[in-house]
Design a protein around this ligand. Sequence first.
Ligand SMILES: *[C@@H]1O[C@H](CO)[C@@H](O)[C@H](O)[C@H]1NC(C)=O
Ligand SMILES: *[C@@H]1O[C@H](CO)[C@@H](O)[C@H](O)[C@H]1NC(C)=O
Ligand SMILES: *[C@@H]1O[C@H](CO)[C@@H](O)[C@H](O)[C@H]1NC(C)=O
Ligand SMILES: *[C@@H]1O[C@H](CO)[C@@H](O)[C@H](O)[C@H]1NC(C)=O
Length: 288
Amino acid sequence: MHLRRKLTLILSCYVLFATVSAYKPLVIMHGILTGRKSMVSMAEHIQEAHPETEITIINKYAAWESLAPMWHQVVDVGREIMKISAAHPDGINLIGYSQGGLIARAILQQFPNHNVKTFISLSSPQAGQYGTQFLHLFFPNLVRETAYELFYSSLGQHTSVGNYWNDPYHKELYYNYSKFLPYINNELESPYSSQYKYGLTKLDNLVLIGGPDDGVITPWESSHFGYYGENGSVIDLRKQPAYVNDTLGLQTLDLKGKLLLIKIHGVSHLQWHKNATVIDKFLLPFLD
Ligand SMILES: *[C@@H]1O[C@H](CO)[C@@H](O)[C@H](O)[C@H]1NC(C)=O
Ligand SMILES: *[C@@H]1O[C@H](CO)[C@@H](O)[C@H](O)[C@H]1NC(C)=O
Ligand SMILES: *[C@@H]1O[C@H](CO)[C@@H](O)[C@H](O)[C@H]1NC(C)=O
Ligand SMILES: *[C@@H]1O[C@H](CO)[C@@H](O)[C@H](O)[C@H]1NC(C)=O
């Protein structure tokens, strides 16, 4: 073979190989009352399967600091993710676990110039939370029926949980007091509503993972944007007003085949990021 042709062939093979093997950088946001460390084993597992993936685990708002107001965390962590985004013009992927998945999703909407391609929400209260199990560590006597008295107050809104507490029996108080969830979910219109929709619909893939054995996210369907209706039964995402009217762009994503709802049995809340099967079968295939 002619030397030049040979060289061209080698070079094009190299380019092909480089394209195939280069995984997008990945950013991971941890859950409530934990921190960076809790996500290290998942990151290592991903790196083993997808060598040379550049992985950043957000090292902020660990332990008690994870209770800081949602907007505060969204803006601060969002700036960090935007720096990573800017350094990788071909795009990045993002995973958020538990509360971290709600923070991460809000970042996509608050910073619509992001270049996140695939976002995976790993058992996150995307439509809110109405269960207190995980709060008993610091509010031992809190019951969900009266928790609204604490959370729907100026003081309660200074906690992350208060910001996404969604009591289906006190909707008016929720709309009056909650500073975060009704806005980021476009339940209440704001000057940012169209920006919020744009930031979400520009994704290539929105992957929502959750399951009925979670035990903490209540209702578990909140991980799929489903939620309690007024009579206490759960209304699935596709029957939710926000979906029907496409106020947040979820229907747009769905119709383009970019919204993936994944329901997995047998995984409790603290196992999602540790379960090797979940990582292999439901995270890795989306991390290109
Ligand atoms: C919510 O706010 C409106 C307007 O300020 C007020 O009229 C209404 O009583 C409030 N509702 C509750 C349940 O506090
Ligand atoms: C509760 O409301 C939903 C829709 O809003 C309805 O489909 C369901 O039948 C209701 N359930 C009861 C027990 O009233
Ligand atoms: C959709 O929006 C219209 C106009 O704002 C409203 O009248 C209607 O009730 C909404 N549909 C649902 C299912 O919420
Ligand atoms: C791990 O995930 C699989 C489903 O992918 C589930 O069947 C199994 O029970 C899980 N194991 C644990 C310990 O969470």
